[in-house]
Write a protein that binds this ligand. Sequence first.
Ligand code: SF4
Length: 687
Amino acid sequence: TTKTLIPDETIRTTCTYCGVGCQLDVSVIDGEIRGIQAPETAEVNEGHTCLKGRFAFQFYNHPDRLTDPLIKRDGKFEVVSWEDAYDFMAKKLTAVKEAYGADSIGCISSSRATNEENYLMQKMTRVALNTNNIDGCARVCHAPTAYGMQKAFGTGAATNSIKDLGMTDCILLFGANPTEAHPVTGARIKQLFMQGITSIVVDPVKTSLAKLATYHLQLRPGTNVAILNMIGHYIVKEGLVKNEFIQKFTEQYNEFYQHVISLDMNELEYITGVSKDLVKRAAIAYASSNNAMEFHGLGVTEHFQGSKTVMLLSNLAMMTGNIGRPGVGLNPLRGQNNVQGAADMGVQPHQGAGYMDVNDPEIQNYYAQKYQIPEMPEREGLKIPEMLDAAINGKFKALWIMGEDTLMTDPNTMHIRKAMEQLDILIVQELFMSATAEMADVVLPASSYFEKNGTFTNGERRVQRVNKVIDPIGNTKPDGQMIIDMMFKLGYEQPTGREYDAAKILDEIADVIPFMKGINWERLGTNGLQWPVLEDGTDTQIIHRDGNFRRGKGKFHHFDFEETPELVEHRNKYPFILTTARQLEHYNAGTMTRRTDNQELSPMDYLEVNPLDAAEKDIGADDKVKIFSDRGSVIIPVKLTYLVKPGVVRTTFHQPEIFINMLTGNVGDEFTLTPEYKVVAVDFEKI
Ligand code: SF4
C-alpha cells in the first residue's frame, strides 16, 4: 500500500546553489525536510528547478555535519563551548593585532551566505578588526565582471532580466555552459535555440548548446580578446554600428574604432583557430538583429585577460545599441547563489557596502557615521592571493574564512597549504570538515540555509528572501550570529542587537547602500525586488535605460590580444591546455552535493581527451592517466570525446580524491587577480 504524506508545513525559500535564484517550496514533516517543489508563481523559475535545487537537499542532516565548535590542540580537534571558542579567537586576534598590526589580519566571506551575513562580515572586518582586508569567492570567479562592467557602464551587474529572453532575437553566449551550471536558465536558452533563434556560442568546447547554435566559434582557450577584436572589426567594417547611440551616450569610440579597423584578420584567425569567414557571419548576425542579448560565464572571467574581455563584450552592446531596453544587454551568469549580493554588501578590499571606494576620505566619513565609529581603516585591503602571498612572507598572520573551502577551490594547492601553515591562527566557519577546515585552529559549526533567515541576490540583481525551514541542527549557529557574537567580544556593539535578526540587518543595509534604499523584509514578499529599489519600493528590471549609464557616459575600451604567461612560460614542456568545467549534478567543491543522492548519479571527475590525442598516447577508454603541470600532478580516469579539440583537455573538480588545483597556477586576471582556471599548461601519460 502507498501512504500519502501530508506535510506539516511548506515554506518558500531561495535555492542555495547557483545564481539563477530559483524559488523552492520545501515540505517539512516532523521537523524533517521530505521534499522540494518548484512554485509556478515564482517569477524566476515559473515552476521549474534543476536536480540540484530539487533533490540535492539531504546534506542538511548528513551524519558528517559539524555540530559543535572545535579548537585544535596538539594537532587534534577538541569539542569546546561557543564561549570558549570565542574567547580563544578574541585573545589570538587581539595578540596578532598588537604584535603585527590590524593589516596582518584578513577575512574571506562567502557568496553562499546571506546578504545580511556578508554585510556583517565586511563590517566586522572593518569596524572591529580595523582593516579593509576583506575579500570573497568572487575573487576566483566573477571579479572581472564587476571590474570590467564598472569601467564600461558604471555598474558591475546584469543590465537586464532573465525574462527578457522572451523578447530577444539573438543570443550571444560567451564562455558559459548554463546547461550544466545554470540549468533553469540553460533550459530556457536551449528552447530558444531549438526554436531557431539566431544563436552564437563562443566556447572551446562543443557543449550541448554549441551543438544547437547557429554559429559555434570553437576558439583556442585563452584567445577571447582576439575573437572579440575580430567580431568588433567586422561590425565596424560592415557599417553595422549605431552611430546615433554612440554619439549621444558613449565616449572613447574613435580610439576603439581606429584600433579594431587596423587589425589583421589573418593573424587573428591563426591565433584563435576560428575561420575568419565564420566569425564575420556571426558578427553580422549579432549586429543585424533587432534585439541581441549577451550572456557570459567563467569562460570569460577566469582568464589572464578576463576584465579586458568583459570590457570588449560591453563594447559590442554599446556599438550596436543593444543596451537599455528589453531583450538586450550584457548579462553575466553568476556562479554562486549570492555572488552578486556579496559584492553589493562590500565584500571587496577596495569598496565597501554599495561599491564606494574605501580610500576616499569622504566615503570613509560616510561609513564611519553610518557604523557609528570614530574612523574607518584608510588603506585599501588585500585580495585573497595577496593575503596568501603575504602569509608566506611572514607579514600576514590571521585568516578567518566563512563557508569557503579555499584549499580545494583556489589555485595552486601547495602554495595555499604553505601559506596557511604560516598563520598564527586560521578560523573556519563551515557545515562540514572540509580540507580547509582540517587545517584550521578553530572550526565553528554553521547552520545551513534551511536553518536561518536572510536574503540572496541572484544574477539579475533580484534580492529574494531565504526563509528558515527548520531549527538549526545540533549546536550550530547561523554565520551571522557568530559574527555578531564576535563583534561584541572585539568591542563593537551591533546596533540591531545581539541576536542575528535578518529583517533588522536588512533595514541597516537599506540605510547604508543608496541603491537598496527602498528594500525591507515585508516589501520583498515572495518574488523579491531587483535593485536599484527606490524609496517607495519601486524596483528596476533594466538598468542603463535609454542609454542613461549610471555614472556619466558609457566608455569604450580597446586592447590587443596577449598570450597568457601560463602558456608563454610552460607550453614547451607542457603542450596541452587543460580547461576546467562543471557537472549538472554537482556544485563546485561538491561539499554539499556529494552528500546527497546526486553523488550516485555522478561519482567521478574525468579528464576529457580527444580520441586523436588518446591514440597518439596509446590511451584507451577505460584507462587512467597521470596529468601534470609545473605545480604538481594528479591521477584521473579518462573519457574519450570529440567535444574537445585535439590539444585541449577538460575536467571537472567536484571530487576531493582528485585535487585538480594541484595543477593550476598563480597566473590571474591582470586587474583583479582572478585565477586563470581555464588555461593550464599540462601534459599527461597513461598509468
Ligand atoms: Fe538551484 Fe540554480 Fe538549479 Fe535553480 S537552476 S534549482 S537556482 S541550482
